[in-house]
Every structure is written in structure tokens, then in C-alpha cells.
Design a protein around this ligand. Structure first.
Ligand code: WQD
Length: 345
């Protein structure tokens, strides 16, 4: 019988792509999502891609009683991949308690329920935001954790600390934190992708929405950074590559290949690209001219960060495969598909 994985936040951007990869690898998935930032029809799209509909429960992970019901109804659950979290950096500054309650409360509930229901494995969505502006680039997992720039970033740090302390205290528990760099792109089927609500805060959805005419102009936040072209540098990783890293992490714990009860890995490509390089590549692959202008810096932005992926590559046997060209093209195709759907309504 195939093992059952609970995917919290499974209808979201990364969660949905990960559910597809889990099902394609033979796992059975139970999705829990409160749909605060995603749509229920993503479950059908996953079914269309994989030929199998994952179980779905519209539940908020901060509701422990409801989560307990999920464990009772769908158990035994062999592992959890915990994506469910609030993730808007700006909003977290305005509503810090919402972020602390959601992001930290959910993890505590899950860890308590894992003990009660004898579920021993958890993969946690962490972020390169824990490094702040690293002193050395590319950044390795050994880099120091910098004081978080936002309550959102702080919740990721605190959750990692909770996992360190809990794996120390509870030898049955195994946890892997994946520190994502900047996930972008969409599934090649164009059936799932990123669905930002309102005005996108992230670069790629803003780029594709500008290219298609939903936004008038892309603002490039600063060209006076200490980088070759003056714009900020990030490590943009294809969401399907990222999703596959989760399958590898789960397998690693099932196969007891992990070196300690708590491990953490950089999940990026190892390549840094500037905002202006992204704009340039996008224009080439999409064959469209992007209306953009350089504006002032965005507060809280890190100047440059990209991953040293050698530890993840060697230890996990995982490596990002997709080129940034194909990845940007997939984001563009997804945007075109959304427009098509909108027009056929
Ligand atoms: C990328 C680059 C911007 C929009 C954030 C979180 C991180 C992660 C992903 C969660 C930056 C520039 C952007 C625009 C621009 N977590 N930009 N014009 O800030 O690296 O990471 O999202 O969900 O934790 O901090 O990503 O996509 O917002 O920005 O010039 O309209 O694009 O300044 O250099 P970021 P981003």
C-alpha cells in the first residue's frame, strides 16, 4: 500500500506542484488548506495532471480540533509536508500577530498531533530569508542566521528553532527544512501555477501581468545596488524542480538516509540573476516588449543572494534541472492560459 502524505497548503503554488510530484512518485496525498490564498478547483487540476484526485479537507491548521479530525479520518499519515503559512512580507509588518499565530501556531499543532498519531516525519518550508544579506556568496547552509527583516522572516526562523528543539527532545521525530530561494514558473501542463490575489508583490507574476496588459508598467526597484547592473540579484528556481526536492526529502526520511533528526538544505539553482537580466530573458523567450521603469529601492530588499547548492546536490542527490529560459516561458504560458480562461467566462 502506498504511503500517505499530509500536505498542508496543498492547493497553494508550491503545495500543488509538490502534490503532483508526490502522486507521480506513488504517494497518496491528503491536502489540507483553508483556501485563504488559493482555490478549491486546484484539486481538480491536480487530478487532471496525475489522473488521481488527492483527498482534500478545507481546514485551517491553527484549528487543532479540526486537524485532529483529519488525522483520525485519514490516518495513518506517514509524513507531513508543511507549506501552509501566511507569506506576504509587507502584510506581516502590518499584522505581526496574524503571522505569528498562523505560522507558528500551525507548526506547534502539527508537531503535537504527530506525537499523538505517531507520524514521525515532517518537511518544513523554510526560506533563504533566514540568511538576510549573507557575508559570503553563494550562501551555504553554514552561514549565520541574521536577525529577520520582517515578522514573516522571523516566523521562518522561529519555526526552524522549534524543529531543532523538538527533534532534540523527541528522538522519534525527523524533520527536514528546505530553504527555498525564489520559486517561479508553472507546471508544463499549464493546469496549475501561481495565482496571486490582487497586485502581485513578487517579481515574476508582476512581469507576466505587465506583459499581458493587466499592469501598465513594471517598477524595477533600484539600479544603484553594488551589483554588475545595479539591480538586485536572486536565485530563481523552477517550482517543479522545487517540488521534486520535497519528494526526495520525504524519501530520505523513509529510507533513514538522513544524517541527523533535523536537517536543512538550500533549494536553489546556484545561479544569481539580476532583475534586469530577468526582464531581458523574459522579453526574449516570451517575444514581448516589457514596459518597465527604474524606480527607487524597495525597503527591506536584500541586495544579492544566491545559493551554494553543493550540499543539497551531494546529500540529497537532487539538482535543479530546468533552465531559467524554460521556466520564464512556463510562467508566461500560464499567464496566457489564465487570460484564455478569463475570456471564455
Ligand atoms: C525579487 C526581486 C525585488 C517586484 C520574497 C520573500 C521571500 C520569498 C519570496 C515567500 C527583488 C525585485 C520585485 C517588482 C522588482 N518568500 N522586484 N519589481 O523579495 O526576493 O523574496 O518572496 O513567499 O521570503 O522575501 O522576491 O519576487 O518580491 O523580488 O524590481 O515589482 O525583484 O526588488 O530584487 P524576494 P520578489
Amino acid at each position: 500500500m502506498s504511503k500517505k502524505i499530509l500536505v498542508t497548503g496543498g492547493t497553494g503554488f508550491i503545495g500543488s506542484h509538490t502534490t503532483v510530484e508526490l502522486q507521480n512518485s506513488g504517494y497518496e496525498v491528503v491536502i489540507v488548506d483553508n483556501l485563504s490564498n488559493s482555490e478549491a478547483n486546484v484539486v481538480d487540476a491536480i487530478a487532471q495532471i496525475t489522473g488521481k484526485k488527492p483527498a482534500f479537507e478545507q481546514v485551517d491548521c491553527t484549528d487543532k480540533a479540526a486537524m485532529k479530525n483529519v488525522f483520525e479520518k485519514h490516518g495513518p499519515i506517514e509524513a507531513i509536508i508543511h507549506f501552509a503559512a501566511s507569506k506576504a512580507v509587507g502584510e506581516s509588518v502590518e499584522k505581526p500577530l496574524l503571522y505569528y499565530r498562523n505560522n507558528i501556531g500551525s507548526l506547534i499543532n502539527l508537531l503535537e498531533l504527530m506525537k499523538d498519531f505517531k507520524c514521525n516525519n515532517i518537511v518544513f518550508s523554510s526560506s533563504c530569508t533566514v540568511y538576510g544579506q549573507p557575508d559570503q556568496l553563494p550562501v551555504t547552509e553554514q552561514a549565520s542566521i541574521k536577525k529577520a527583516e520582517s515578522p514573516y522572516g522571523n516566523t521562518k526562523q522561529i519555526c526552524e528553532e522549534i524543529l531543532v528543539d523538538t527533534t532534540n527532545a523527541e528522538p522519534w521525530l525527523q524533520a527536514i527544512a528546505l530553504r527555498y530561494f525564489n520559486p517561479i514558473g508553472a507546471h508544463p501542463s499549464t493546469l496549475i501555477g501561481e495565482l496571486p490575489i490582487g497586485v502581485p508583490a513578487n517579481l515574476i507574476p508582476f512581469v507576466t501581468q505587465t506583459a499581458i496588459g493587466i499592469r501598465e508598467q513594471l517598477s524595477v526597484f533600484g539600479d544603484d545596488y553594488n551589483t554588475p547592473d545595479g539591480s538586485c540579484i536572486r536565485d530563481y528556481i523552477n517550482v517543479v524542480d522545487l517540488a521534486k526536492a520535497h519528494v526526495v526529502a520525504v524519501n530520505r526520511m523513509f529510507e533513514k538516509k538522513n544524517k541527523s533528526n533535523y536537517e536543512f538544505f538550500n533549494i536553489g539553482t546556484g545561479r544569481g540573476l539580476s532583475v534586469l537580466e530577468i526582464v531581458d530573458i523574459f522579453q526574449k523567450v516570451a517575444g514581448v516588449k516589457l514596459n518597465y521603469k527604474i524606480v527607487g529601492r524597495r525597503s527591506g530588499d536584500i541586495e544579492q543572494v544566491w545559493a551554494d547548492t553543493s550540499y543539497a546536490n551531494n546529500e540529497l542527490g537532487w539538482k535543479a534541472q530546468e533552465s531559467v529560459e524554460d521556466t520564464l516561458l512556463s510562467a508566461w504560458k500560464w499567464q496566457l492560459k489564465l487570460k484564455e480562461k478569463e475570456e471564455s467566462k
